[in-house]
Design a protein around this ligand. Sequence first.
Ligand code: NAD
Length: 476
Amino acid sequence: MATVTSVDSQKILSLFEKQKIRSQQLRSEGIAERKKRLRALAPFLLKNRERISEAVYHDFKKSSTESDISELYPVLTEIRHALAHLDEWAKPQKIDAPITYLGTRSEVQYEPKGVCLIIAPWNFPFNLCFGPLISCLAAGNTAIIKPSELTPHTSKMIAALVSEFFEEDLVAVVEGAQDTATHLLTLPFDHIFFTGSPAVGKVVMKAAAENLTSVTLELGGKSPVIVDSSANLADAAKRIAFGKFLNNGQTCIAPDYVLIDESVQAKFVEAVKAETVKLFGIEGEISESSPSYARIVNQRHFDRLNKLLQDALEKGAKTELSGPANRDTNFIHPVILTQVSAASRVMQEEIFGPVLPIISFQSIDQVIATINGKTKPLALYIFSQRKKFSKQILAETSAGSVGINECIMQFTHPNLPFGGVNTSGLGKSHGRYGFLSFSNEKPVLKQKSGFSIPYLLHPPYQGFRKKLISLMLKWF
Ligand code: NAD
């Protein structure tokens, strides 16, 4: 049984030690074994499709179809993509030799890092445990996973699935809250893959520094959407409404706020209101019985969002769309705001809920100054038909990923890296980039026997050697 339910330091240490031994064995295991494991995992997860969606539904009423799309499908895609490309990713990469290395042969080998720790958040609780796990296994490592305590049904289901499919010295789940994570972080893991808030990301990085463990930090922040006057407003409204209110706005790359050219604001506001109701409502209304609309994860976040909203309204925001909210069921109707003050909390903090502030601009310089005045976002979206407009925004701002005339879809593209910059993240995940995060890129240089060029650089440094070194400095 590969599950620990409270901070049981002996049990955790014993798991870690067992995985240390197994990770050593994995180093000499062939790629075929890794593929065999991944090949078997896909049908196992598919067989458990209902169990996965039921657990997620119990945690925050995410519809089973949304679970299929946003929890299970990205993991299956990650497996299929790894199976199709692992041979090529793991193959030592031959490296050309410059003239000064004549006679040598070099390559980069991809070795497993060893025992890895995966700490996951609650918002895509299955996807963000198993997604990184696929990269971790593809690279030949073992893993201890700590799911989020805020989605207890999913955490329990993940622990059960893992113990049914894996030996505990290969993959194990340790359930628990902050104290459990804190304890895990004292161990000298070979890599830590953390997904969560920037605040906890700093805690993780500090703890990792104690053991000089490498980290991948997938964090969050305020992801802006810019809509310029040339944008196809109908498309923009549809895609922004989907990206924002999917998962009830609790998506790391959800559009956090919209910057809109003031000449098209009124038209866009009407379009995005209509699309929101069309996508998430039934018979023209979004209510607690809307089957495609998830809930806020818990009352703490319900209260946080309520305070954020009250603060925006007190600072002069105008409500363009809203509806009922129910603290007992953590239901919040989508909210769209205009005339939002830059000083209000919705423009200072990551919203992470179904509240969309829309702010008008008159010039591209204003847009760039607003974005650069905040920490670097995880995602940035541009809706425009003008290449020059997009090009200038791309050149003069920084972001983890960019969508042009699209939202969210960059996350699931198997050939694109995913990650943030500075406060929105460190390192990349998905596909080959995820494989690389969990691998040590080890350069190996092979020299031939007998005379070799480096002999010419050995001391004593006089006569011909001195001349040669001068020549080398000048020409090679
Ligand atoms: P969180 O940082 O509160 O928690 C994430 C994980 O860290 C949980 O497993 C939690 O138990 C653990 N944790 C909490 N406090 C800890 C501590 N002091 N020390 C060690 N571990 C600790 O994040 P959350 O509320 O679960 O998720 C929301 C955040 O995650 C948002 O900021 C969102 O943008 C971000 N996020 C990022 C991505 C991404 O891929 N970049 C994906 C999803 C969510």
